[in-house]
Ligand binder design. Sequence first.
Ligand SMILES: Nc1ncnc2c1ncn2[C@@H]1O[C@H](COP(=O)(O)OP(=O)(O)OP(=O)(O)O)[C@@H](O)[C@H]1O
Ligand SMILES: [Mg+2]
Length: 639
Amino acid sequence: MSNRIQQMPNQLINQIAAGEVVERPASVVKELLENCLDAGATKIDIDIEQGGAKLIRIRDNGQGIHQDDLALALSRHATSKVRSLDDLEHIQSLGFRGEALPSIASISRMTIISRQVEADAYKVQGQDEQSADISPAAHGFGTTIEVRDLFYNVPARRKFLRTEKTEFNHLEDVVKRIALSHFDVEVSLNHNQRAIKLWRAATDLKSQEQRIVEVCGKAFIEQSQSMCFEATNLKIHGWIALPSFSRSQADMQYFFVNGRIIRDKLVTHAIRQAYQDVLYHGRHPAYVLFLQLDPAMVDVNAHPTKHEVRFRESRMVHDFLFRGIHKALADVRPSDIQAESNQAEHNQGESSLIKNTLDLTPATVPNRYSDVQTMANTSGATLPSVPSASGSMQSTSFGRSAYTGPTKQSHLALQVNEQIKAYANLSRGLSETNHLPKDLPDSNDIPPLGFAVAQLHGIYILSQTAAGMVVVDMHAAHERVTYERMKQQLEQGTLVSQPLLVPISVNLSEKEAELAEEQSELFSELGFELDRSGPESLRIRQVPVILARADAEMLVRDVLSDLISYGNSNRIREAINAVLGTMACHGAVRANRNLTVPEMNVLLRDMENTERSGQCNHGRPTWTEFSLDVMDKWFLRGQ
Ligand SMILES: Nc1ncnc2c1ncn2[C@@H]1O[C@H](COP(=O)(O)OP(=O)(O)OP(=O)(O)O)[C@@H](O)[C@H]1O
Ligand SMILES: [Mg+2]
């Protein structure tokens, strides 16, 4: 080959571009479907043959392509979607590169037929603009694009195609994602002349949930929580699975930014962090979430396949997602579940095993149960609670000045111990009748988790509820209640720090050392004191007492690496929570410890008032409800 420089032929340029965006039939389907949506289609029909290798035909009822533009559609860098850099920075459409059709045309036999309103239909065939052959055709309003024999002229690529079934599965995944991204669009999918899916336009919540059931399965929707969270210019809404519906793989995570599906490590990190406290180790959350924000706040021009985006205010977005999802998870309370279960009974009249994992609309915990709690309190049962933050918790300021000597540590430790022993110290000599409401006026006055009836096998609390009965794992439940209290106390009070006898020297890159200096406020809020001891070194002088035994150097390194990647880090909090979690676990009532009925009722009321009380700290459920319907079924009553 001579070393003289030559201009590449058009087709080769397009084929190289195709290498980036068209990996397999599924990628063609993604590009074509995005074009349909950009054209405002409300109905899309997809016909596939042989996993897409032989034929992909997609028809839409969108605005169509002008007759004079048909050849241009096959030309590289030709698009109707952006005209200037300013357009690009405020892009609302899914496409903007003007590359998909010419790329696909260069590696397949492609035909476009299109008709605009008040115009005739035309057809274009060809590899590129120059070879485009335009002729009249018959077609309704909209566009059909047919892609035959994908990779017929790129044998190296064809070899990478997997079996028909595998390719079709990939393709179906793409269609599902598009179906989730635009509920209002009807989509049908046929494979080898067989109807595979038909999603009718879903305009109300019920039909949207039905679409989610078809994509994610029934269990997901039954065990998820719908959520919506807004801040200025930002909105996140959708469905998040309750922690008890976690997955072994990160395979049920749908995240859309302004209608575009994306995979983004910042997003994944923020969501993981929100689930951190309630997810069983090594499990992955499931979700279908839609983030809406001003298009100017996100750069979609980050990758040719547009799977990745860059948030201009990444830290703010991270924080927003974390807060929204964390709050939604914290809002799941027993009271919500009861409302749902009652409704389910009325609506369907069918039996249902009401798990503590039903889909709920967030509600506040009603105050009407406080009477019961007061009754329990006044009659002698002490709540197994930590002293209130305003009471005995010392309040010092965070950070450098927080250290006031070792007494504080023992003070904190004492309080935690008190908390841990609280149940053990509960008075045993209580008269049970004092704590059982004597007459229950009507079912509206029964708290969501009902009133305890008995303890089973030293492990479970059996409680009668308005809808039936609840079985509570008392260790798991108490563990969560204790843990949430300790966290709350820590947040309201002070994180006590202690200086290290010998400061720890940490060698890092200059960038990390600078960042550590910049973020010294953040570190001191979390009880760390760091000194820059050289261009590439730091000294850790002080750590929170609760982390005295943790690997401070590793924590600091990990926090800095998080800050570099995500602009945010929760590691120190996580480490503190892990210690609290262990304390709570050891401090929670153990199996085979007899609880009196009043003690059990106190625990039930505590659960109702505690965030995330549906799961223990390890993500296991803490309680399950059986409705009367279910029980009637067991005994064939009323059948
Ligand atoms: N189904 C369709 N309905 C109406 N117009 C279409 C359709 N598909 C493509 N077009 C027109 O053809 C043009 C080229 O499409 P192509 O997908 O190649 O580029 P793009 O969508 O503009 O950008 P990208 O390469 O990022 O997808 C589009 O800008 C659009 O005007
Ligand atoms: Mg496009």
